[in-house]
Design a protein around this ligand. Structure first.
Ligand code: NOJ
Length: 884
């Protein structure tokens, strides 16, 4: 086939990058009725609707554990031609290859295109895979080991399917607003709990030889308006995506915190988010990428866009982006901000060679860092169809071949999934030991659509975009296809029938008469209810990703009321993506037990049966607050654009005061507090000891010095004839290539003023050595931040008669007038036999005791008195001590 120029070059993105970068993405705000995002803390009182520029993009140095991966990457990248380098950075276009994202291959060196595949709960868009419990459940376990094991199991499934990059885990959204549609993909609104489980998951995934992708960086706290194109589909006419306006203190002490943990844990890729941060798109925001991530956190891996999250070519390259996915500007446009445009940009000097080389080094180093050179196997699935035969290039319908080998990658993971499901089930209420059940109850009745099957099958709604049947998985790209879904109805029925008991169920929430009849016969009534949410491209029951409210779905409240009005032994089980309002259930005497089971994955029914029937003694704790009223959370989503046709503006005026910190500050009592959860046994806390390790007087040395100059690898020929479409290659329509369509650069760029270097951001092309930031020094930030200053121990005794698990939690009051009352800093899940004691041991690091100092641009320990607390929840803290 003759190759005809398939892409018009996007000239504005090439030559006028600065107008699309920091602080200037949107027009001045015509309706400036919203406040600037000043935190309650006046030290942070900066205008957080503007993002200051920071250039040049830091080049990776192989810091920390990365030295050997960097050495290998340097050897590899040194051999590459310009177009081969560009291929590494640019996706081939939406549905151009078999994975949800793939970059260009380097056939000459036998380097196949990398497969980037969702999701944070397993391998998306395939078959014979497992569906793991969601991140929010992993948070509820408060168990580092389970987080790691799940990561490793998911990583191994990706590995066996031929995926190179698992697009997860998630720490953005963090969970600023409880209605946030994708909060469940992440862990918890507490940054320490999230940071620990995020890092454990990263290490688990990468231990399986797969690159983890920490996402979405950063401020992606709601689905509404995350993309202007998506918003247009909902009838909102906005020029640009929503801007999360976050001050410097809040950024460091809350939203960046878990990303620092992941970088320290070696995360090898990070996905920048759709939204703007302080009015600059996250994927071209030089402050977020160059300054914070690559400068301060010394991140050595690569930054990949969220899908269609790129908004400029040169601009994003200079602002620190390393890979664009899926590669086309808009799905199937056949055009790219990079691809051939990046080839031109390097040839005309707007993007320096060192910057392109750094992108490639970061990508290839990530590949070596996790051991892809030993682990990689051919891709054996296709994200776009489960048919066995089909097109290699799905959208272009080219290359008919075997595309799905249906490899069963599940191994023994069902056991782990079942275990995490029960280990993440929080026992909220248990009057007079209503639980555990014996299975010998005379008449067991189960109620609720949430107990049963989806009549369309477990995968009947694309990307789980409906709320039919039990909620084992929420909706969006964070989902995966079920191999099966064990419903609570099935598992409980099996339990009862094995005891020759009586079991009946009603899964129609609105069958009022029948429900009353059955409830009147039951000796125990188990009511299953749920609340769902997901990603913004799907609307379920009027919820555009984010939830519209915090109430139960499908008439869940009426169902609970109908059953509990009649049966005085009503047990409520909740599956939900996050917090919800519980009305008077905690005090209603006919409701004898309440459990929150989250989003448990494929083994849902078995996991809940294990807890209900006492095979597992619950030990999970709430990873968020269950407040009495929506307003108690002190934050809300933006549902209606507030800036005319400009980018909607969300001022994060609550600062660090989200979830329990908000209720504590306002002195509002929740129904069930963060960290709360009962057991079938009881525990007592005693003997708090604080050992000074380095103490607070030890030194903290700001990092000084400078980087080496930017290295380059190999040489770039200026001969444009070298970059024409190769005669031996078959052109695939819509595919994104790095090749030029003319030997004359101005023609290839399709622009009269191509190569205008005058308005690239100041310093962005500078390759000379650069000063190091005081808070930097190693991946994760200044290494002394992680020095242990104190070690805390306490004795936890099982005072009941059965073995159980308890999660002692360490909170700290930093003592300042603008600090939260307390912040979680550590925890440990302990298994304790009846009558026995175990020792809780927790380190307190320098970071744990510090605040972010906006002037010094560094962490500092304030002179306020620091008090530590140890207990079983954020409001049950029997032990305390003051740090000297
Ligand atoms: C968009 C989602 O925001 C992201 O999480 C996902 O990985 C990509 N789509 C690819 O499906």
């Amino acid at each position: 086939m003759m190759w005809l120029a398939p892409f018009a070059l996007l000239v504005t993105s090439l030559v006028h990058p600065s107008s699309q970068q920091d602080g200037n993405t949107t027009a001045p705000f015509p309706n400036a009725t919203y406040p600037n995002a000043t935190s309650p803390n006046p030290a942070a009182a900066v205008n957080a609707s503007f993002s200051p520029p920071y250039y040049p993009a830091p080049w990776g140095t192989g810091a920390g554990e990365w030295a050997s991966a960097y050495a290998k990457a340097q050897a590899f990248v040194s051999q590459l031609t310009l177009t081969e380098k560009v291929n590494l950075t640019t996706g081939v276009g939406w549905e151009g290859e078999r994975c949800v994202g793939q970059n260009g291959a380097i056939p000459r060196l036998g380097f196949r295109s990398m497969c980037l595949q969702d999701s944070p709960v397993g391998v998306r868009d395939t078959d014979y895979n497992s569906v793991f419990p969601a991140g929010v459940n992993v948070a509820a376990t408060f168990d580092r080991g389970l987080a790691y094991a799940r990561g490793q199991a998911m990583g191994s499934e990706h590995q066996m399917k031929g995926s190179d990059v698992q697009l997860g885990p998630v720490a953005g959204p963090l969970g600023r607003a409880p209605e946030g549609g994708r909060n469940w993909e992440g862990f918890s609104p507490d940054p320490v709990l999230t940071g620990i489980q995020f890092a454990q998951t990263v290490q688990g995934i990468q231990s399986a030889g797969v690159i983890a992708c920490g996402k979405h960086y950063i401020g992606n706290e709601q689905e509404h308006f995350r993309q202007s194109t998506e918003a247009a589909g909902y009838g909102y006419n906005i020029s640009d995506a929503v801007s999360a306006n976050i001050d410097d203190v809040t950024m460091h002490e809350l939203y960046l915190w878990p990303f620092a943990d992941a970088v320290r844990a070696g995360v090898a890729s990070i996905m920048c988010s759709y939204n703007q941060v302080n009015n600059s798109y996250a994927c071209q925001n030089s402050h977020m990428l160059n300054y914070l991530l690559k400068g301060e956190l010394d991140y050595q891996g690569f930054v990949v866009t969220d899908w269609q999250g790129q908004h400029s070519g040169v601009g994003s390259a200079l602002a620190g982006l390393d890979m664009t996915m899926p590669g086309d500007t808009l799905f199937n446009s056949g055009q790219s901000y990079w691809g051939a445009n990046l080839t031109v940009a390097v040839l005309n000097g707007t993007v320096p060679q060192w910057r392109l080389d750094d992108m490639c080094i970061r990508i290839i180093a990530a590949w070596y860092y996790v051991g892809r050179d030993n682990a990689s196997i051919p891709i054996n699935f296709d994200a776009w169809t489960t048919d066995t035969y089909g097109y290699q290039h799905f959208f272009a319908k080219e290359g008919y071949t075997l595309i799905n080998e249906h490899v069963d990658v599940r191994q023994e993971h069902a056991d782990l999934i079942r275990q995490i499901g029960s280990a993440s089930t929080v026992l909220l209420k248990n009057t007079n030991n209503a639980l555990p059940l014996t299975g010998k109850e005379k008449f067991t009745a189960v109620f609720g659509d949430d107990a049963g099957d989806n009549p369309y099958g477990p995968n009947g709604c694309p990307d789980r975009g409906c709320d039919n049947g039990t909620l084992g998985m929420a909706w969006g790209s964070g989902s995966a296809n079920f191999p099966y879904l064990v419903t609570p109805e099935t598992a409980i029925q099996n339990e009862i029938l094995s005891n020759n008991g009586v079991f009946q169920s009603i899964t129609n929430n609105f069958a009022g008469m029948q429900i009353q009849q059955l409830a009147s016969q039951a000796s125990v009534a188990i009511v299953f209810v749920n609340a769902d949410s997901g990603e913004g491209y799907i609307t379920v029951d009027g919820n555009e990703g984010d939830r519209n409210n915090l109430t139960l779905w499908d008439g869940g409240d009426v169902l609970i009321q109908n059953v509990s009005a009649i049966c005085n032994n009503t047990i409520v089980v909740i599956h939900s993506t996050g917090p919800l309002l519980l009305g008077n259930y905690s005090t209603n005497p006919n409701i004898t037990a309440i459990l929150w089971a989250g989003i448990p994955g494929e083994q849902s029914g078995n996991s809940i049966a294990d807890v209900l029937y006492g095979r597992v003694n619950p030990g999970a704790k709430l990873p968020f607050t269950l407040a009495g009223a929506r307003e108690d959370y002190g934050t809300d989503l933006l549902y209606i654009p507030n800036n005319g046709k400009g980018a909607p503006q969300i001022a994060f005026t609550e600062g660090v005061f989200i979830d329990y910190r908000a209720l504590d500050r306002a002195n509002v009592t929740p129904i069930y507090e963060f960290g709360y959860g009962l057991s079938y046994t009881t525990f007592s806390y005693s003997n708090l000891q604080v050992k000074t390790v380095l103490g607070m007087n030890g030194t903290y040395t700001p990092t000084t010095g400078s980087t080496p100059p930017a290295p380059t690898y190999g040489t770039v020929s200026n001969n444009t004839a070298d970059y024409q479409f190769p005669s031996n290659l078959t052109y695939v329509p819509y595919y994104i290539y790095p090749y030029l369509n003319s030997t004359t650069l101005s023609t290839a760029a399709n622009s009269s003023d191509y190569g205008d270097n005058s308005d690239v951001p100041l310093n962005s092309q500078n390759s000379s050595s650069q000063p190091l930031l005081p808070a930097s020094g190693a991946p994760g930030g200044n290494p002394e931040l992680y020095d242990v200053l104190y070690e805390v121990t306490a004795t936890i005794t099982n005072t009941g008669s059965i073995a159980g698990e308890e999660v002692p939690q360490l909170y700290i009051s930093l003592g300042g007038p603008y600090d939260p009352n307390i912040v979680l800093r550590n925890f440990e899940r302990l298994s304790i036999q009846p009558g026995m004691s175990a020792t809780f041991t927790a380190d307190i690091t320098r970071r744990d005791l510090s605040n972010w100092d906006t002037v010094a641009q560094n962490w500092a320990i304030s002179s306020y008195t620091k008090t530590i607390y140890v207990g079983s929840s954020s409001r049950k803290l029997p032990l305390s001590a003051t740090l000297s």
